[in-house]
Design a protein around this ligand. Structure first.
Ligand code: AP5
Length: 211
């Protein structure tokens, strides 16, 4: 198990949900560009203030900004990473393999799912920022409404999880994903995961690939 993993998939396809399981079972270090950007916004850093409106609209933050953030938070020689939310376009693919993954083995897992069902999933998502738990009002409600089962903290409805923004995020995904898949397919480094299955079954399939 010496392969860096890259999770590819549309908003709401289940990358974050599976990332938590992969980390706890296999000891990968989770690196989510969405989480890194949200943490900059929460800190009200200069970068956070610059990207706040872009993320609220569901647009992509510039490639340079995201790459710098990733490099600053990544020590590839010391850790086995699970990249989540990066790369998101073909330029980011090239930047990732040139600047970070050069000389390291990697594999991309694509969360394959009919995009039409994702709007509903994302709008019903609620998250616990401290524990990282991800809930869903329909498919995975918390025991007490609005409260995390693990940490007791209040659940948050992400600002970008509204209908208009989700549609924009899905449209951007549709426009960018094909060249990314072709890249990994051409290298023989792509595994497609049926992301419509239940979370336990998806995890079982991912576990087989990792082992
Ligand atoms: P980011 O935070 O990366 O969001 P995303 O890619 O849109 O992905 P999501 O977090 O929405 O979905 P997920 O696949 O993790 O789904 P989850 O497991 O939570 O990015 C946010 C923003 O940051 C971007 O729009 C952009 O502005 C910026 N950004 C980030 N990275 C960038 C980059 N590289 N370049 C430029 N800008 C960048 O599941 C969703 C819901 O479904 C949950 O409620 C969950 O409980 C439920 N669920 C999960 N699995 C299942 C299942 N199998 N069956 C039923 N329900 C399920």
């Amino acid at each position: 198990m010496n392969t860096q993993l890259i999770l590819l998939g549309a908003p709401g396809s289940g990358k974050g949900t599976q990332a938590a399981r992969i980390v706890s079972e296999f000891g990968y270090t989770h690196i989510s560009t969405g989480d890194l950007l949200r943490s900059e916004i929460a800190k009200e850093s200069e970068l956070g203030l610059r990207v706040k409106a872009i993320m609220a609209a569901g647009d992509l933050v510039s490639d340079d900004v995201v790459l710098e953030l990733l490099k600053a938070n990544c020590d590839i020689a010391k850790n086995l990473y699970l990249f989540d939310g990066y790369p998101r376009n073909i330029d980011q693919v090239e930047a990732l393999h040139k600047n970070i993954l050069s000389g390291f083995k990697s594999k991309a897992l694509y969360f394959d799912i009919d995009l039409d069902i994702l709007e509903k999933r994302v709008i019903n998502r609620r998250v616990a920022p401290k524990s990282g738990e991800i809930y869903n009002l329909i498919s995975r409600p918390s025991k007490v409404e609005g409260i995390c089962d693990i940490s007791g903290e209040e659940l948050v409805h992400r600002k970008d999880d509204n209908v208009e923004t989700v549609r924009n995020r899905l449209n951007i995904f549709k426009a960018e994903i094909e060249p990314i898949l072709s890249y990994y397919e051409s290298k023989g480094n792509l595994e497609r995961i049926d992301a419509l299955l239940a979370p336990d079954e998806i995890f079982e399939n991912i576990s087989k690939i990792i082992k």
